[in-house]
Design a protein around this ligand. Structure first.
Ligand code: BMA
Length: 725
């Protein structure tokens, strides 16, 4: 008689966890899931790592190991099941695990889920679970000493050796605070012969009908690999599965499938399609799959999906090759931002905080979020929010600004990482594409950080062989792009203006004037940005009054892009008068950032069709810092975020002006005069033709009208940009 799978949460909601710094034996209360820094802060064992330059002391803390321990009761029934596994949704990062004093495993990948059979170790009654987290800083330094490997110098050396969010070792907007912890849920799972391993849904869209094709994978004791219903019937005899699809109005469609290889399809009449923000609604359907033995359900899988087709449309054209998200057959103009981890202290990232951040993105008319490859694969709460808010997600795999040694062990480790995350994420409506890495193709192409020829061949294997092979098996329906930026791979001019996606940094890193944006017609710019200071209130959270000078030691500690506080002032000189005091400087820097990005995005939207995406670096901050963000660490909107709400609006009226900004502006020339002109453009990113009325006037610095352009009415076709005479 087969009975249902059992699960038992081992987190702090149920179990009392304690932690200690190894060698001290002084245990303090701990929270799981959670993090070492948070537990030390909660117990008054360290100061706020974000305050002034406390970062330095807080970094030292991570030179130690930490032990987490809890006791828990396991029922006789649970222990009686054929299989009992200890399951971690995430351990950050290098750790040893013991159950009842027996060593269960050594782990070293923050991005993976971990499962270990503990049937032989679990006791009916009292059990002790212990996890020792090893120092991440020692790990990367020892690995580097043994065999140097290079990567961004913003992070601590050796970081490419550890499958941990790279930016926790520092970045040009991130502190060197590599927290550690049992950062995601931990539980026991007990089952007899079989359990569901995963469900893969393929959508077939016809007019007025969507057919869901289900691939149900089952794990069966005694079989190495999972068995797919319909193809492994013989081994699954005696089992069947039930599917229930519930539409947004609560109406259900069901189907039952025995192991006879019958077509496992669910037909949905009059489907309500999922659209990105700005193009329609985000109706979600709940899909439940129950694995049934005889009449009783032994396991179930429940997820929400969106009915849509989603890919990237690439087509040769007169400019080169297009690159546009295509949803339900409509090519949309991506408008959004690059997302980085929300906090270096992992336990502070909660579904409420994530949802709130993404609501701010939607409120600024985003329809797209790129998850940058130097952090971590976002947890389910992030994905649920993007599904509900209509934010298409460009999901990098977690490799950024470094080279990697594709050893046997490393390859085995990252394969498991990829499979875990692809299986967890692939059903989400918001998943727009998978992308191999951040900036590696462009950097390896020019030999940046490459110290061995093998690092170049390993690059091709990882992003143009290993990952595609895994996606072919686990998520063949989702578009794959080998790198960001890329023109399709093979080191073929990755940052080509006329193909694929581009990271454009000549403005800012290259010190070019903001008018430079207008010289380019990128097909899809997935990174471009401009720094600014956070607001005074946010600066006050990490400074004392004597620190409030933009070149003070503390303010420079919270600026991780070398000499960038000065760079802001250099750009200020090109646009505004010199600011008179500290607060005005902070504020003016935000207006400057807004001006710069507005100038670029309006130009790119005016060229819709040639350009089909502007993803701004960066949306958010992971601590109080001077950076490229439009929402600061405290959740305060910078001027840029307000500007994004306007220049990402479904209907955008913009003015392409020629004058002082776009011509030689040396007022000491003998003839200091300019050709001046304006051209108006309406960009319509809605699905309908818009009848608009445009009025304009030329005014002087006192807003007195010099020339009134009157009112003209125009009809602007859907999804187009329209120049006025
Ligand atoms: C690109 C990004 C990040 C970096 C940003 C600003 O390199 O991929 O690595 O933070 O520019 O410099």
């Amino acid at each position: 008689m087969v009975i249902a799978k059992m699960e038992q949460d081992l987190g702090s909601a149920v179990c009392r966890w304690q932690m200690c710094v190894d060698g001290t034996e002084e245990y303090v209360p701990a929270t799981v899931p959670g993090s070492v820094y948070q537990d030390l802060l909660d117990n008054g064992k360290m100061e706020d790592p974000y305050y002034r330059d406390n970062e330095l002391k807080s970094l030292k803390v991570m030179d130690d190991d930490f032990t987490y321990v809890t006791e828990f009761e396991a029922s006789a029934e649970l222990c009686s099941r054929e299989n009992v596994v200890l399951h971690f949704d995430g351990i950050d990062t290098v750790a040893d695990i013991w159950l009842n004093k027996s060593h269960v495993a050594y782990v070293n990948n923050m991005h993976r889920t971990w499962e270990f059979p503990v049937k032989e170790l679990i006791e009916s009654g009292a059990n002790e679970l212990k996890v020792t987290l090893h120092s991440p800083t020692k790990y990367v330094e020892e690995a580097y000493q043994k065999r140097p490997i290079e990567g961004s110098s913003d992070a601590m050396r050796g970081f490419p050796y550890l499958r941990k969010a790279h930016c926790m070792f520092g970045w040009d907007w991130g502190p060197r605070l590599p927290d550690a912890g049992i950062w995601r849920a931990v539980r026991l799972i007990a089952f007899d012969e079989v359990r569901l391993d995963g469900v893969y849904i393929t959508q077939k869209h016809e007019s007025g009908l969507v057919t869901l094709q289900m691939r149900v994978d089952v794990e069966k004791a005694g079989y190495e690999r999972t068995l797919a219903f319909g193809t492994d019937d013989g081994k699954l005899s005696g089992y069947s599965y039930r599917v229930t699809v519930t539409d947004p109005d609560g109406k259900t469609v069901t189907g039952s499938y025995a192991c006879d290889g019958s077509a496992q399809e669910i037909r949905i009449e009059n489907p309500k399609l999922w659209w990105p923000n700005g193009y329609g609604d985000q109706p979600l359907y709940e899909v439940e799959v129950e694995l049934v033995a005889g009449e009783s359900a032994v396991d179930s899988w429940r997820r929400r999906i969106g009915l849509r087709t989603m890919t990237v449309h690439i087509e040769k054209d007169q400019y080169g090759e297009s690159f546009a998200h295509e949803v339900n057959g409509v090519q949309i103009f991506a408008m959004g931002g690059d997302y980085i981890p929300e906090d270096n202290i992992l336990s502070r990232v909660t579904p409420e905080r994530t949802y709130d951040l993404l609501v701010q993105a939607k409120n600024a008319n985003f329809n797209c979020i790129r998850v940058w490859g130097g952090g971590n694969y976002p947890y389910d709460g992030f994905w649920d929010a993007c599904d509900e808010l209509g934010l298409i997600v460009w999901e990098d795999f977690m490799f950024a600004c470094a080279v990697y040694e594709l050893s046997e062990a490393f390859e085995e480790n990252i394969r498991a990482e990829f499979i875990d995350n692809v299986k967890r994420i692939r059903h989400h409506a918001s998943l727009g594409l998978w992308c191999g890495n951040n900036e590696m193709e462009q950097f390896v192409a020019v030999g940046e950080w490459v110290t061995r020829p093998q690092e170049r061949s390993d690059y091709v294997k990882m992003y143009e062989y290993v990952i595609p092979k895994i996606l072919k098996e686990y998520d063949p329906n989702t578009f794959y792009w080998p790198a960001s930026p890329s023109s399709g791979g093979a080191f073929d001019n990755p940052n080509d203006e006329n193909r694929g996606d581009v990271h454009y940094w000549d403005v800012w890193h290259g010190n070019k004037p903001i008018t430079e944006y207008r010289k380019f017609y990128f097909r899809y710019v997935s990174e471009f940005g401009f720094q600014s200071f956070p607001s005074l209130k946010t600066v006050e959270t990490f400074t004392e009054p004597e620190d409030r000078n933009i070149f003070s030691y503390v303010m420079e500690k919270h600026q991780r892009n070398a000499s960038a506080n000065g760079k802001i002032m250099n750009y200020m000189e090109q646009t505004f008068l010199y600011p008179t005091d500290f607060d005005t400087t902070l504020y003016a820097s935000q207006l400057l950032q807004a001006e710069a990005i507005r100038y670029g995005v309006e130009h790119f939207r005016r060229n819709r069709g040639r350009c089909m995406g502007t993803v701004i670096w960066q949306l958010n901050d992971c601590w109080p810092v001077i950076s490229w963000s439009s929402v600061d660490y405290c959740g305060r909107w910078k001027a840029l975020h307000y500007a994004e709400k306007r220049f990402f609006a479904p209907l955008l009226l913009s003015c392409q002006e020629e004058g002082m900004m776009t011509q030689e502006a040396d007022m000491n020339r003998e003839h200091f005069g300019f050709e001046k002109s304006i051209r108006l453009n309406v960009a319509n990113e809605t699905m309908e033709e818009q009848s608009v009325q445009v009025s304009w006037a030329v005014r002087n610095g006192k807003a007195e009208v010099l020339k009134d352009g009157g009112i003209c009415k125009v009809k602007v076709p859907a999804l187009s940009s329209w120049w006025l005479d």
